[in-house]
Ligand binder design. Sequence first.
Ligand code: GTP
Ligand code: MG
Length: 212
Amino acid sequence: MTREAESRETRVVDAKFVAGAVDAQSLPPPTVVEIAFAGRSNVGKSSLLNAMMQRLALARTSRTPGCTRQINIFEVRCADGLTLRFVDLPGYGWARRSKTERSEWQGMIEGYLQGRAGLRAVVVLLDVRRGVEDEEKQLVEFLAGPRHVSGPARLEVVLVATKVDKLGAASRKPALDKVGRSAKEVGGKVIGFSAVTGEGREELWARIRAVV
Ligand code: GTP
Ligand code: MG
């Protein structure tokens, strides 16, 4: 694929917020293919979405973990007409929250992931400096488990290592190699990404387009 073809395909001509809800039942009907973005609080899900959608602040971001508190759906249309929904999920693993709140949280996210018709793939984000930890392994295992809706038997999982711009030139390759090795154990290749420089954006778009 030429560079021009790539940028035409991934140029976003329209992006808008569609709906937000704290339970999957309150979401609009799943009439458009959805790709969800999951990972720890503060890993950079909302920032990555803004970079993917070429919008500076459509999804709210914050330096404080726990910023996204509901399931937020955005709809994007590319220059070649492809339309899909990006779903920004609240982060998990945020300790400063009561036990009840955390289990409600988990119920909301798991309910959406297992029960949402129209969901095709889940992009699992991890911080390049932390790599694949237990939480990410558990999430990938969960995604490989049974679903409560008809549709494709298995959700596609795409692993993304975020904030690669935070690493200097010397530590970057070893860190990405290390993340790559641990990603292999959970079954996939990892894409390095930076919401600051836009690195990895085209590659992630290509993976998503291959899925839909
Ligand atoms: P929750 O909604 O709390 O789950 O967090 P989130 O995963 O949506 O993270 P968010 O996008 O709000 O980003 C958290 C912080 O990390 C913000 O201060 C962002 O500016 C910063 N950040 C996100 N992505 C990057 C990146 O690629 N590079 C750098 N340097 N900072 C980033
Ligand atoms: Mg967020």
